[in-house]
Ligand binder design. Structure first.
Ligand code: NAD
Ligand code: USQ
Length: 396
């Protein structure tokens, strides 16, 4: 198939593009390098060096003999979005291209507005372009498990049957997202569902949990093909962060009591899930939701797991939670649809934690200790940071 991967220079987009290319698909990638710009703004960098997109594509051609076509531009620019779809003529579009860090969206008004405009407008331009150019294109959109929040009932896959005053309907599952970033995904979901209902588009919304891991068979083929490893307090996700902290001897930064429970998955399963969604497309007009995670863990469990796997004496520090979230709650979320399609998960293992630790050890000199402790506070509308001075911000 012809598959366009939006956000194809990012942590997940790049390895997914390689994976789909190796599977014999004709792959194009779209990116505006916003992610690289956030690093410059924050004064941080991926733990593992990442090459420029052009170098990555060239090395992939040399290593595999396969081509990936890069399109450089911004999805919030409608002309660019239309032009790219016209030129590449994809049958499926995999949409990773959003600002994806909850803390970044909570820095202040400017970052919240940027996040929502970037994410919602980019997706809206895409929906219009698909509707006008080829409504048959399957939009595989990366959403988040965080759209649901942590309700005191079981979470279903997108929809829940409700009986109200003697009448019954199947309605979107209630959303209680925990940041302006997570809210942007809820807004996207509503817009996509509306476009499917109104224009007959077909879309799969992948409500993905937190991804961990950094290597895939394709990225390991050459150091130029590596994907990002974020460990800083804004873009680093919890397990990847804890492994860096344990290796460098920093206490593991558990926020609050650590009872926050989340669905998680291995980076290799992200790719398999995207592939399963593409291979089993929805009908025209259908909007469907898959909960994309394989296991649930509390933050405290993750810290204990990393500590016991890597170093028994590493400290676990329970910090005042900089976020507004439940620290102790019920959590049970359905996730059978991808398993029913054939997903065989890579469950979290000590092998994976040890291999991440080896990656950290190889890049020890690149660890920026100033980037580890949390700096963004949900309770403050301007955080404590002066965002006009990126250097001061990185030091804070
Ligand atoms: P990332 O920031 O590494 O990659 C996103 C890419 O999209 C970046 O390369 C960025 O430059 C690009 N981009 C952003 N806005 C763009 C725009 N307007 N036009 C063109 N390109 C743009 O993020 P990631 O971790 O790879 O996540 C990818 C997607 O998966 C996101 O939508 C995220 O919400 C979702 N997701 C990620 C995780 C996770 O743990 N990483 C978990 C659940 C869902
Ligand atoms: N946490 C800690 N200590 C840390 C970092 C995080 O206790 O050092 C806690 C947070 O308070 C939170 C949990 O760990 O309760 C997860 O935080 P995270 O930063 O790993 O993940 P999150 O902010 O939820 O966002 C990530 C991705 C986002 C994706 C989301 C999936 O950045 O793109 O949408 O995971 S989900 O969590 O299902 O919403």
């Amino acid at each position: 198939m012809k598959i366009l991967v939006l956000g194809g220079d990012g942590y997940l987009g790049w390895p997914t593009a390689l994976y789909l290319s190796r599977k014999g698909h004709e792959v194009g990638v779209v990116d505006n390098f916003a992610r690289r710009q956030y690093d410059l703004e924050m004064g941080v960098d991926s733990l593992v060096p990442v090459r420029h997109l052009q170098q990555r594509v060239k090395t992939w051609r040399e290593v595999s003999g396969l081509s990936i076509v890069p399109f450089i531009g911004d999805l919030t620019n409608a002309d660019f979005t239309y032009r790219t779809l016209r030129e590449f003529e994809p049958e499926a579009v995999v949409h990773f291209a959003e600002q994806r860090a909850a803390p970044y969206s909570m820095i202040d008004r400017e970052h919240a507005v940027y996040t929502q405009v970037n994410n919602v407008v980019g997706t809206l331009n895409l929906l219009y372009a698909i509707a006008e150019l080829n409504p048959d294109i399957h939009l595989v959109k990366l959403g988040t498990m965080g759209e649901y929040g942590t309700p005191n009932i079981d979470i279903e896959e997108g929809f829940i049957e409700i009986v109200h005053r003697g009448r019954t309907d199947v309605l979107p599952f209630p959303k209680q997202p925990g940041s302006f970033y997570h809210l942007s995904k809820v807004h996207d979901s509503h817009n996509i569902q509306f476009a499917c209902r109104t224009w007959g588009l077909r879309s799969t919304d992948l409500n993905q949990g937190i991804v961990y891991g950094q290597e895939t068979p394709e990225t390991s083929a050459h150091s130029d093909l590596a994907t990002r490893y974020d460990y800083d307090a804004v873009f680093g996700t919890v397990l990847n962060r804890f492994v860096v902290q344990a290796v460098v001897g920093h206490p593991l930064t558990v926020y609050g009591k650590g009872g926050q429970t989340r669905g998680m998955l291995d980076i290799r399963d992200t790719q398999a899930c995207v592939e399963l969604a593409i291979e089993n497309p929805p009908a025209a007009g259908e909007y469907r939701v898959f909960n994309q995670f394989t296991e649930s863990f509390s933050v405290a469990q993750l810290a204990e797991n990393v500590a016991s796997t890597l170093a028994a004496d590493v400290d676990i520090e329970y910090l005042d939670d900089p976020r507004v979230e439940k620290e102790d709650h019920y959590y049970r979320a359905a996730h059978t649809k991808l398993l029913d399609l054939g997903l065989v998960p890579h469950l979290l293992s000590s092998t994976l934690i040890l291999s991440l630790a080896r990656t950290v050890e190889k890049n020890l000199d690149r660890v920026n200790f100033d980037a580890i402790r949390p700096t963004v506070n949900w309770r403050s509308t301007s955080s404590t940071l002066d965002t006009s001075d990126p250097l001061k911000m990185a030091r804070a």
